[in-house]
Design a protein around this ligand. Structure first.
Ligand SMILES: Nc1ncnc2c1ncn2[C@@H]1O[C@H](COP(=O)(O)OP(=O)(O)O)[C@@H](O)[C@H]1O
Ligand SMILES: [Mg+2]
Length: 402
């Protein structure tokens, strides 16, 4: 009936059956964070549960590589869930009377890992979630934020390559939530799991997602990168959805730039520059001349290539077509530069082409979605000294080439 053009509501009225999801096709790539966003009741959980076979679609198929999830015998399906596809819910289902370690190890227990081994694995995850030395505490002794960390650690301790997350941070207050998102991103940056992440929060979707699917009434109304969704809303619905983030029109590069603390001088050699990049975890570095005038940008891989060949000069690695803007350039004009070039940062130059700031992708997206007032309060939004590299690098870790 839906295919014949009747609306979801009409189908419901006439048949008494709900369309959970309809015509919602997508692919998820290895190592990607794929976000499904939509209002409550739009079908996000329905889809997520179809991915691991908890929901059997009336029509259509789910494939994991070449395996057909939808027609798998239940015993085999349980095995796939145990070994390959983990699921995390909003309340994480922690066991209150068990210790932190036992809770983290719980997923491994289900996977059949021997006690000693899973305890060791659980212990290894503690530092990553900031719970070092807290392993023997009971869940009831923890604050809300700490509990959440335990839940995240549990999900991350398992070796399942695919993680389905259904609004895991939705119940948290905004500050803790931001923390958890960052924590999740930094851990994910190393683990490179394939994640399907459900949320109803646009900021969260745009911050975490490599690609985002927007759902309405059971259907995907747009699927694309955060940049594409912001720049080219597919229809009026999406436009209204992203309306709140349209600060791009009034905000400028200055409000999201950070001080370029680490630069390379054109006179320096590749080995020295490469070392600096490694030290600060930079994938790109801006190159300036003695007067700090922008010459271009270098990618770590290119610098490494020169260093390997024992080249003396950095010049060969310098891309002089680096994107540059001015302090006053509106974010609306900065955004497209990232659409073209992915994660390459954009230089902010002042008088005489002097390098004054750097806009990194993560900060730009965050700048588009955080409220303008918060930024205005701080006046000059430049972070002080030591924070820069942290802020500057608070970019999502992405796989090379993705
Ligand atoms: N078990 C169920 N039985 C009947 N209808 C359901 C059931 N689960 C979800 N629905 C309906 O399916 C639609 C999609 O729900 P859901 O996937 O839970 O949305 P979301 O996760 O986006 O909030 C809604 O209209 C909801 O009322
Ligand atoms: Mg749901």
């Amino acid at each position: 009936m839906r295919r014949a053009g009747r609306s979801k509501a009409e189908v419901e009225k006439e048949t008494g059956s709900t369309i959970g999801a309809f015509d919602a096709s997508f692919e998820v790539y290895p190592g990607e964070i794929f976000v499904i966003i939509g209002l409550s009741g739009s079908g996000k959980s329905t889809i997520l549960r179809a991915v691991n076979g908890l929901n059997v679609p009336a029509e259509g198929s789910v494939y994991l590589d070449d395996e057909h999830i939808t027609s798998m015998p239940s015993k085999q399906l349980r095995e796939v869930r145990r070994r390959k596809i983990g699921m995390v819910f909003q309340h994480f289902g922690l066991l209150p009377n068990r210790t932190v370690l036992d809770n983290i190890a719980f997923g491994l227990e289900i996977q059949g890992m021997p006690a000693q081994e899973r305890r060791k694995k659980a212990e290894e995850t503690l530092p990553a979630v900031g719970l070092e030395g807290q392993g023997n505490k009971l869940i009831t002794e923890l604050s809300g934020g700490m509990k959440q960390r335990v839940g995240l650690a549990r999900a991350l301790a398992t070796e399942q390559e695919i993680l389905l997350m259904d609004e895991p941070f939705s119940a948290l207050d905004p500050l803790i939530r931001r923390d958890m998102q960052n924590l999740f991103l930094s851990i994910q940056g190393e683990a490179q799991r394939t994640v399907v992440f459900v949320t109803h929060d646009l900021d969260e979707a745009l911050t975490l997602g490599h690609r985002v699917a927007i759902m309405k009434d059971g259907e995907i109304v747009q699927l694309g990168t955060p940049e594409h969704i912001l720049r080219e809303p597919a229809n009026e619905y999406v436009e209204r959805f992203v309306e709140d983030v349209d600060y791009a029109k009034v905000r400028t590069a200055e409000s999201v730039m950070v001080k370029p603390r680490q630069v390379a001088y054109l006179s320096e050699g590749p080995t020295v520059v490469l070392r600096r990049m490694r030290q600060y975890g930079l994938s790109h570095i801006f190159v300036v001349d003695e007067e700090r005038r922008l010459v271009g940008v270098c990618e770590a891989e290119e610098v490494a290539r020169l260093a390997e060949r024992d080249e003396r000069e950095l010049r060969g690695a310098v891309d002089d077509s680096a994107h540059k803007v001015e302090r006053r350039t509106p974010l609306r004009e900065v955004l497209p530069l990232f659409v073209e070039d992915g994660d390459t940062p954009v230089a902010v130059v002042g008088e005489g082409e002097r390098l004054e700031g750097v806009v990194v992708r993560g900060a730009l997206i965050a700048g588009l979605t955080t409220h303008a007032e918060a930024q205005e309060e701080g006046g000059e939004a430049l972070p002080e000294g030591g924070e820069t590299s942290q802020n500057g690098e608070r970019v999502r870790v992405r796989r090379v080439g993705s």
